[in-house]
Design a protein around this ligand. Structure first.
Ligand SMILES: Cc1cc2nc3c(=O)[nH]c(=O)nc-3n(C[C@H](O)[C@H](O)[C@H](O)COP(=O)(O)OP(=O)(O)OC[C@H]3O[C@@H](n4cnc5c(N)ncnc54)[C@H](O)[C@@H]3O)c2cc1C
Length: 386
């Protein structure tokens, strides 16, 4: 006879690990199932660190959720005695009309968030690490910084297990079905039964969700660590998380961002940076370890253009997957097939900072059938035919 659970969480990654923790903390009998080891290097939290920031350029509606996310990161840090968040500040640089600067201004005005603006010459004086084109200005958000993403997933899973959650790893969920009695979840080793189901399978969500009207595109994203010419200029404490929106400057597109250096091996070796969009679609199942010469060039380009003292040998390249919704916003809702099933997907390359609050939201949806948190704008109703 299979064990019966209050809730089964499929996908113990960024969102699922936090969901297992919040469910177990409420006293629910929880099983987390993941197709891989936890943590692993093929999920969307790989690459050691993720940016967290409050003045949200993507949409001001995320800010109330972010306030809760900050609080919940602090809660898990305290409960686990593990440092997961480094508040370094985030520096945005770009042209006033570009996405980064205008979005940050909108979010900080709408929600009255601390954020100072810097003229071109103030920016050059305060952050001599950057050589930016005439016309670019800055915004400095003191509340921003970065999270240790792989450690955070591990920390949430361990905390969930301490609270009684069961974990099944290297066990892909093949199928699920629901009836009046509950949910049946089929894996290679058998069938698992629960009253409620949470689906948060990241890049693999397309197959498991069975929602053809909600297209998800998985893209290949490159992360790199460089040994800078002058490492002393880029250390945590003197140098913030940064984000540059070239807005077409000399043909550059997308947003480049990076992290300060530290001596902590959990953060990787060197100065880390990456590009947020545009990127190449890839099949969700592809293993993400293969890298190419063009990846190094992508990592070095913003240094050549904007941070000459950071130029140096590329130490490490990693590849990671974004799971993009059509509008770039998360998708979190009840599943149309069953009141017993909720899901979260389509985090579109900016979801990790929300993992602490998304885990809480998913636990509330599963246990209470509702949440007071403002997630209406992330629902399915924005897609046609649903
Ligand atoms: C390069 C890169 C940089 C990023 N930078 C940032 C950033 O700076 N700030 C930020 O906030 N966000 C950032 N993100 C985005 C963020 O990391 C993701 O939005 C987030 O990790 C997505 O979490 P998830 O739970 O949806 O997926 P995941 O964390 O990948 O978890 C999904 C889990 O589901 C499991 N699974 C899949 N299929 C099955 C199945 N059939 N059965 C059982 N288990 C299954 C997988 O093994 C995996 O463990 C970045 C992402 C990338 C790739």
């Amino acid at each position: 006879m299979p064990n019966h659970y209050d809730v089964i969480v499929v996908g113990v990654g960024s969102m699922g690990a936090a969901a297992c923790y919040h469910l177990a903390k409420r006293g629910a009998k929880v099983l987390g199932i993941d197709s891989q080891q936890v943590p692993n290097t093929n999920s969307s939290y790989n690459g050691n660190t993720r940016v967290i920031r409050l003045t949200y350029q993507e949409h001001p509606d995320y800010v109330p959720l972010l306030r809760d996310a900050y609080q919940l990161w602090e809660e898990i840090e305290q409960e686990s005695s593990t440092k997961l968040f480094h508040k370094t500040g985030v520096l945005y640089a770009g042209f006033p009309e570009g996405e980064a600067i205008s979005g940050v201004r909108l979010a900080s005005e709408t929600h009255n968030l601390p954020c100072s603006t810097l003229t071109h010459s103030e920016l050059a004086k305060q952050f001599p690490q950057f050589t930016l084109p005439e016309g670019m200005v800055g915004a400095l958000e003191p509340e921003g910084g970065y999270l240790l993403s792989e450690l955070a997933v591990e920390t949430y899973v361990q905390a969930a297990q301490r609270l009684g959650a069961a974990l099944l790893t290297s066990e892909p969920v093949i199928d699920w079905s629901s009836n009046a009695q509950g949910i049946n979840i089929r894996t290679r080793c058998g069938t698992h039964v629960a009253a409620k189901l949470i689906l948060c399978a990241g890049a693999w969500s397309g197959g498991i969700l069975r929602l053809p009207d909600v297209p998800l595109t998985v893209t290949r994203q490159v992360l790199g660590w460089v040994r800078p010419r002058r490492p002393e200029l880029f250390q945590r404490g003197d140098f913030p998380v940064w984000n540059i929106d070239p807005h077409g400057d000399r043909g550059m597109s997308g947003i480049y961002y990076g992290f300060p250096m530290s001596n902590d091996p959990a953060e990787g070796n060197g100065l880390k940076l990456a590009r947020h969009h545009p990127s190449t679609p890839m099949p969700p199942d592809e293993i993400t370890e293969e890298t190419f010469a063009a990846d190094e060039e992508e990592i070095l380009l913003p240094l050549r253009r904007y941070m000459p003292d950071a130029l140096g040998q590329v130490q490490t390249i990693k590849v990671c997957k974004y799971t993009n919704s059509t509008d770039g916003h998360f998708i979190v809702d009840r599943h149309p097939e069953s009141d017993r099933v909720h899901f979260a997907c389509g985090f579109s390359g900016h979801g990790f900072k929300f993992a602490s609050v998304m885990g809480k939201v998913l636990s509330e949806l599963a246990l209470d059938d509702k949440t007071q948190r403002p997630i209406g704008f992330l629902g399915l109703s924005r897609f046609a035919n649903l």
